[in-house]
Design a protein around this ligand. Structure first.
Ligand code: BG6
Length: 473
C-alpha cells in the first residue's frame, strides 16, 4: 500500500536559463547567466556570442511542446520551472512588459494544462537582468526590491488563472556564499564585505515577503513558498567542538527558512552577525514585509556536508556550490559529490520539526556521464541504472519521512531532461531522465530520447510510489 498521499505532486524541475536557449529572441534582454559561459568556473564575458553553449540551452524555447508531452508521458503531476525575468522586462527597468515574453509562458502553461500538469513557478532562478547588475550592483541596491516586485506583479496578474504554486527565489541562501550566482552581483566575492553580502540577501528576503503579500492580494488561492539549498551538516567526530561547529553552519541555512516561515530573523542572528562582522540596514517597512510568511517550504537536496572545526586532517568532498569533508560512510558520484539518501529524510524531519509547514522537495538529482548505445536503426538506448538507484533510494527516504509524520506534498527531480549545469555550464553532467543529443562542443541533433530511468519514473508515478525497491538487506 502506497505511503504517499493520493494527490502527491510527482514531477520534475528545470530553470529557464539552463534549458530555454533563444537568449536574444522575441525581445529577451540579457541576464547575468547569459554572460557566464563557464558558469561559476569561468570569466564573465562582455558580449555573449551564439557559440556560447550556455546560451543555447537545449532549445526548449522552440521545443517546449515536445518536452512537456514527454513529461506528461512520464505521468508528471507537477512541473517546476522558472520564468526568465529578462523575457518580461529585458533591462528590468521598462515601464511596460514585453508581450512576446508573456505570450511564450502563456503557451507553456496552456500546454501544461492540456496534459493535466500543474506548473510550479520560480520567479527568480539565478538570472536577474544584466542591466540591473551593471547599473546598480544588482541586489546590493535596495532599488532591486521595486524592480523585482514590479516584475512579479506583472506575471502573477497575467497568470493568475494558470498558476497556483510560486517560489520567490531559487536557493536564496546561496547569495551569501556565492553573490554572483545567488544575487547576480558581478563584483568578485572577495571584494565584498560580509555586511554587503547579507545586505543583498536581506533585500531579497524583503522582496520575497513583499511579493508573498502581493500574491495573496492578486489571488488568495495562490500558494507561495521559499526555496533553500539544503544539506544536513554532520559533525566529522563526536568532539563537542565539531558538533557545535556543524550546528552553527546549519544555522546559516536555517536562517533563511526561519525568516520566511516566521516573518522574523532568528534568535541566533545577533551572534551570527557579530561573528561575521555584519551590520545591515533594516527599516520598519522591511520588517513589515518580512512578516508575510510563506505557505510552504521548498528546498533542494543533493547531498549532506560533513564538517570539522579543524578540517586540516581530512580529505574534502565536492559539491555544486558548497563543499564538505569526505564522509567515509558514503559513496560518491562521478563529480565526487557525496550520495546520501538518508540525509533527505533527516532534512525533511529537521524542517518539519521546527516549522510544521508543508514541505516540497523542489530539486534532487545526480549529475552523471551517460553512455548512450547506438542501435542498428540509429536510435539510442541509455541504460542509466545508477540514476534509477539514486532516485529509488532517495524517494524511499521521503516515504520514511512521511511515515515519520512529515507533511511532504511533492517531489520534483532536478533536470528531468538533460540541461546545462549551473555551476560549471557542462552538458555532459547529465541529470535528466530524457537524454538530449548535445555535446560539449555544441554539436548534436538536440533530439530527445527517454532513458531507462524515464520508464522507471513513469511506473513509480503510476503506482504512487509502490514500485519502489527496498534497499534493506
Ligand atoms: C541547484 C540549482 O543548486 O543545483 C540548479 O538550483 C542546478 O540550477 C542544480 O543546476 C545542480 O547543480 P549543477 O551545477 O550541477 O547544475
Amino acid at each position: 500500500m502506497s505511503k504517499f498521499p493520493e494527490n502527491f505532486l510527482w514531477g520534475g524541475a528545470t530553470a529557464a536559463n539552463q534549458l530555454e536557449g533563444a537568449y536574444n529572441e522575441d525581445g529577451k534582454g540579457l541576464s547575468v547567466q547569459d554572460v557566464l559561459p563557464k558558469g561559476l568556473l569561468g570569466p564573465i564575458t562582455d558580449e555573449p556570442t551564439p557559440e556560447n553553449l550556455k546560451l543555447n540551452g537545449i532549445d526548449h524555447y522552440h521545443r517546449y511542446e515536445e518536452d512537456i508531452k514527454l513529461f506528461a508521458e512520464m505521468g508528471f503531476k507537477v512541473y517546476r520551472m522558472s520564468i526568465a525575468w529578462t523575457r518580461i522586462f529585458p533591462t528590468g527597468e521598462e515601464k511596460e512588459p514585453n508581450e512576446l515574453g508573456l505570450a511564450f509562458y502563456d503557451k507553456v502553461f496552456d500546454t501544461c494544462k492540456k496534459y493535466g500538469i500543474e506548473p510550479l513557478v520560480t520567479l527568480s532562478h539565478y538570472e536577474p537582468p544584466l542591466n540591473l547588475s551593471k547599473k546598480y550592483g544588482s541586489w546590493l541596491d535596495r532599488k532591486m526590491i521595486g524592480f523585482f516586485a514590479k516584475y512579479a506583479e506583472v506575471v502573477m496578474n497575467r497568470f493568475k488563472n494558470k498558476v497556483t504554486y510560486w517560489i520567490t527565489f531559487n536557493e536564496i541562501n546561496v547569495t551569501v556564499f556565492s553573490p554572483l550566482l545567488g544575487a547576480g552581483i558581478l563584483e568578485p566575492k572577495e571584494s565584498l564585505t560580509m555586511s554587503q553580502r547579507y545586505q543583498a540577501a536581506h533585500h531579497q528576503l524583503v522582496a520575497s515577503g513583499l511579493v508573498t503579500k502581493m500574491a495573496k492580494e492578486i489571488n488568495p488561492d495562490f500558494k507561495v513558498g521559499c526555496m533553500v539549498a539544503s544539506q544536513p551538516r554532520y559533525a566529522m567526530t563526536c568532539h563537542p567542538d565539531d558538533i557545535l561547529y556543524a550546528m552553527e553552519q546549519q544555522q546559516e541555512t536555517t536562517f533563511f527558512v526561519h525568516v520566511h516561515a516566521t516573518g522574523e530573523y532568528p534568535y541566533y542572528t545577533k551572534r551570527l552577525f557579530k561573528e561575521e562582522n555584519v551590520e545591515i540596514d533594516i527599516t520598519d517597512e522591511d520588517r513589515d514585509y518580512l512578516s508575510h510568511t510563506v505557505d510552504y517550504i521548498s528546498f533542494s537536496y543533493y547531498n549532506s556536508r560533513t564538517m570539522a572545526k579543524d578540517p586540516s586532517p581530512y580529505e574534502t568532498a565536492a559539491g555544486n556550490v558548497y563543499r564538505g569533508l569526505k564522509n567515509p560512510y558514503l559513496s560518491y558520484s562521478d563529480w565526487n559529490y557525496p550520495i546520501d539518501p538518508q540525509g533527505l529524510r533527516y532534512m525533511l524531519n529537521f524542517y518539519y520539526e521546527r516549522y510544521q509547514l508543508p514541505l516540497f522537495v523542489a530539486e534532487n538529482g545526480m549529475g552523471c556521464y551517460d553512455e548512450p548505445i547506438k542501435n542498428t536503426d540509429g536510435t539510442l538506448t541509455i541504460e542509466d541504472d545508477y540514476r534509477i538507484k539514486f532516485y529509488n533510494d532517495h524517494i524511499l527516504e521521503i516515504e520514511k519521512a512521511i511515515e515519520d509524520g512529515v507533511d511532504v506534498f511533492g517531489y520534483t527531480a532536478w533536470g528531468c531532461i538533460d540541461l546545462i549545469s549551473a555551476a560549471s555550464a557542462q552538458v555532459e553532467k547529465r541529470y535528466g531522465m530524457i537524454y538530449v543529443d548535445l555535446n560539449p562542443d555544441g554539436s548534436g541533433s538536440l533530439e530527445r530520447t527517454p532513458k531507462k530511468s524515464f520508464y522507471w519514473y513513469k511506473k513509480l508515478i503510476e503506482t504512487n510510489g509502490d514500485s519502489l525497491q527496498s534497499n534493506e538487506t
